[in-house]
Design a protein around this ligand. Structure first.
Ligand code: 26V
Length: 832
């Protein structure tokens, strides 16, 4: 690329604001100064960048509040049905640019701050990520909140205000270490503390059956312990401030914070014990991607936030509509996975015990109100709670669950007498290893709709985990393929490309995701290809700079950036990728003078703290990187980079700079994936298996514009039936044999030659994730991708067709699907 093209790309302005005027700039500047003085309490001369960030955020927040109040009032006046999204995770990331962008204020703010000698981009980088989630499920909740506001749906998110979000990852000598994350350390300018919004949450204790007539009793729960839930509200701004919804996160407070008598007697720690116990509920995000530990605390978290949320929404409903009976007509509650599934029993308890509604009517109302999204079929990830724990912590809920189950099994028995296999399969109680409550069954039975997150995943739900329930309730399972918020993942993350799109397609591309299809005819236009490529190049320069600063590794921005960023998990097969890198390294060394396409393999992702295999893969990536990056024979042909502490913000930086997107999970194991959509939208070519939403991406971009390899989900299942010894496969692949032999022999771990012996042994003898089975096809596909890279016209045509054809993966489309198929609420139609 020549310098003029680069400059042209850089001038492809940085934001998507439509207008700005001087009066707005001055007014905003004055507002910021006002906040600096009266909110932060500082003079300009002594203000730090952090002070400016707070003043700026609070100034924007004021503008948001006006819209917030009007949205809330309109909903009350219209008596509209509301949607409640219950999620233990909201992986939000930063809000400064999200809010500015949606309020159409980025350039006005940039100018206002420039007038104060403050750089908006520096403030942007200073904001900590709100990392209240582990990965895909939490990020999806954040995208959905934004889309619901954009589509003018009256929605509330409910979750937990963790004091510490997802751990900070530090890599020392190739090994991951976890440190607590402290996003609230400098305060959170976006939220409003609502001490008046507080509810008592009970645990344990006993149930009293009080006779209320000759035939009926009323159950009164006397909890042994009570914790207070206090609300914190964050406004969620829709596109162009169309609507502002609320994310209400609960924080735990002790009902009895200090035992003054004990304190005065010198038992300072004992006096605070109650407080510590209560507040530990919202202390940390549970890294649910692997551990079974902390079980009880996790269940307390689940019930704590569910109970607070249901009390809150029932109170709001009664205030608005006068009576509980209309709840299902005016309320849709979405359960984000089974984490909030106890809500089914909690709503039953509220209806039965508090509002004295008869059982059948309460059950009808409950089912009409709830719906449940399943996000994984991995058996180890399906929540089951030991019955003794449930009985101890939530005795009344356990009674209700038993009764729901008895009535359900009674009906099944009538239809299928003496089918014991069926009865035990559809029962809410799993009797396999001690008695445990299957939360997936509770969520399924308590909902009118149950959805999977991609077409493939929904099909597998019907065929595997929910097979028998599906046969009993064939209408209940529906598909809603995931989506992503284009505002964050295209407009904010890739302003250069966005400007190119608005220049070419027009501003409607910002409103209507389907407008991207107008790019199709331009895909083969050489001039447009160059402009598209120029955007990528400038993004890559920025990423190369980050890599140099973070890791002191120099990468060539002209090389192909091949990117694998997501949680580190065996089924996501970062191992397959790094083994392929070794094979490529071997091939380069064997024929160093061949015309290799220079490539940078970029990894990022966190392993669950207790997940040893995943941490070992991180170590292997570092070990291989050390050898490859320091080998003069491969020079700049191959570089391997692991960026530490993966986050939403890092993804926003990396994705727009990516040429190849790695979506290589073992087929059948990734429910959907959403990173796959973010890359394709930004014009990266996918190398992937037919798994999750990759299947639907392939349908939309066309098989010639995606690089699919490997066993399909049904072949994976068949292979596992046959046995997982990979000996014959390895023997048949010289490249794979060489790779495995070298890893096993300690070529990459001379300081500890046996480090990867166990890892290689399991590949050889029990290759559960089919790494060996897919290896040759993956390697060949990567070489094919390198061939295309050498033919830029073909490459960029394909890249543009990816962007042009993935509009359907907007979370606006997902939310419209939920609105029609699941919640029965109206949604604003951008394209109408
Ligand atoms: C949890 C666990 C916990 C135990 C060990 C194994 C394991 C594996 C995976 C998980 C993830 C649970 C839920 C989740 O985050 N699912 C993700 O949801 C995304 C949004 O629907 C979807 O795109 C991802 O494919 C799916 O993995």
């Amino acid at each position: 690329m020549d310098i003029s093209e680069r400059l042209a790309a850089d001038e492809t302005s940085r934001t998507v604001d439509t207008e700005q005027n001087d009066a707005d700039v001055v007014a905003l500047r004055d507002a910021i100064l006002d906040k600096l003085t009266y909110h932060v309490g500082k003079r300009r001369a002594v203000a730090t960048e952090r002070d400016w960030l707070i003043a700026t955020a609070v100034a924007i927040r004021d503008l948001i509040v006006d819209r917030w109040v009007s949205s809330t009032e309109a909903t009350y006046q219209q008596g509209a049905k509301r949607v409640y999204y219950l999620s233990l995770e909201f992986l939000i990331g930063r809000l400064l640019f999200d809010n500015l962008n949606n309020m159409n204020m980025i350039e006005t703010m940039r100018a206002a701050l420039a007038g104060l000698d403050v750089d908006l981009d520096k403030l942007r980088a200073l904001e900590p990520d709100a990392a209240l989630g582990n990965g895909g499920l939490g990020r999806l909740a954040a995208c959905f909140m934004e889309s619901m506001a954009t589509l003018d749906i009256p929605a509330h998110g409910y979750g937990i205000r963790y004091e510490h979000g997802l751990f900070r990852q530090v890599v020392k000598n190739g090994w991951q270490h976890e440190y607590p994350e402290d996003w609230l350390a400098m305060g959170n300018p976006w939220e409003f503390h609502r001490p008046e919004v507080s509810y008592n949450i009970g645990f344990g204790g006993s149930i009293e059956a009080v006779p209320i007539s000759e035939a009926a009793v009323r159950h009164v729960w006397h909890p042994a312990e009570t914790v207070e839930a206090v609300g914190y509200d964050t406004p969620v701004v829709g596109w162009r401030g169309r609507r502002v919804n609320t994310l209400r996160l609960w924080s735990a407070r002790s009902a009895d914070p200090l035992r003054l008598d004990a304190f005065n007697h010198g038992d300072h720690a004992g006096a605070l014990a109650e407080q510590v116990r209560a507040e530990s509920i919202t202390k940390v995000l549970y890294p649910s991607d692997a551990t079974a530990a902390g079980q009880e605390l996790r269940l307390r978290q689940e019930y704590f936030f569910v109970s607070a949320s249901l009390q809150d929404l029932v109170r709001r409903h009664i205030r608005a509509f006068g009576h509980i009976s209309s709840l299902p007509d005016k309320t849709a509650i979405q359960l984000n996975d089974t984490h909030p599934a106890i809500a089914v029993a909690e709503l039953m308890r509220i209806l039965l015990d508090v509002h004295q509604i008869p059982w059948e009517e309460a059950w009808r109302m409950t089912q009409a109100t709830f719906s449940y999204t399943n996000h994984t079929l991995l058996p180890e990830a399906l929540e089951v709670w030991p019955v003794p724990l449930m009985e101890r912590l939530l005795p009344r809920h356990m009674q209700i669950i038993y009764l729901i189950n008895a009535l359900h099994l009674g009906k099944v028995r009538l239809e299928y007498p003496s089918d014991d296999r069926l009865l035990s399969s559809v029962s809410m109680i799993d009797e396999q290893q001690g008695r445990r409550v299957r939360m997936s069954h509770l969520a399924f039975l308590g909902s009118h709709r149950v959805n999977g997150v991609s077409a493939l995943h929904t099909g597998l739900m019907r065929e595997t985990v929910f097979r028998d329930l599906h046969n009993l309730f064939p209408e209940r399972i529906v598909n809603v393929t995931n989506g992503i918020a284009f505002r964050r993942w295209l407009f904010e993350a890739n302003p250069r490309l966005t400007r190119l799109l608005t220049d070419t397609v027009g501003p409607k591309v910002l409103e209507d995701e389907n407008a991207l299809t107008a790019l199709r005819p331009l895909a083969s236009d050489r001039a447009f290809q160059k402009r598209f490529a120029a955007c990528r190049y400038v993004n890559k320069l920025a990423l190369a700079d980050l890599i140099r600063r973070e890791l002191e590794i120099r990468v060539d921005p002209n090389a192909l950036f091949d990117v694998h960023i997501k949680r580190i998990h065996e089924y996501k097969r970062q191992l397959l990728n790094i083994l392929e890198a070794i094979a490529l390294y071997n091939a380069i060394r064997a024929r160093p003078m061949d015309d290799w396409a220079p490539r940078v393999k970029i990894f990022a992702g966190k392993a669950a703290a207790s997940y040893y295999q995943a941490k070992l893969v991180i170590k292997l990536i570092h070990d291989v990187a050390k050898v490859v990056n320091n080998d003069p024979t491969v020079r700049n042909i191959l570089k391997i980079v692991f960026l530490p502490n993966y986050s939403v913000s890092l993804a926003e930086m990396v994705i727009p700079a990516s040429d190849v997107s790695e979506q290589i999970s073992t087929a059948g194991m990734e429910a959907s994936g959403t990173g796959n959509m973010k890359f394709a939208l930004n014009g990266a070519l996918t190398v992937g298996t037919l798994d999750g939403a990759n299947v639907e991406i392939a349908e939309r971009v066309g098989m010639e514009n995606i690089h699919i390899f490997g066993l399909t989900a049904d072949k994976v299942a068949a292979r596992r039936q046959r046995g997982l010894d990979a000996g014959d496969l390895i023997a048949a692949s010289p490249a794979l044999s060489e790779v495995l032999d070298s890893v096993q022999a300690g070529v990459f771990s001379p300081d500890e030659p046996d480090r990867y012996r166990g890892l290689v042994d399991s590949l050889r003898y029990h290759d559960y994730f089919l790494v060996c089975a897919d290896f040759d096809h993956y390697f060949a596909t990567q070489r094919h991708i390198a061939d295309i890279w050498r033919r830029p016209e073909e490459w960029w045509q394909s890249a543009i067709l990816n962007t042009a054809n993935v509009g359907w993966f907007s979370s606006d489309r997902s939310i419209r699907d939920y609105a029609t198929d699941v919640w029965d609420v109206p949604a604003y139609q951008a394209s109408a």
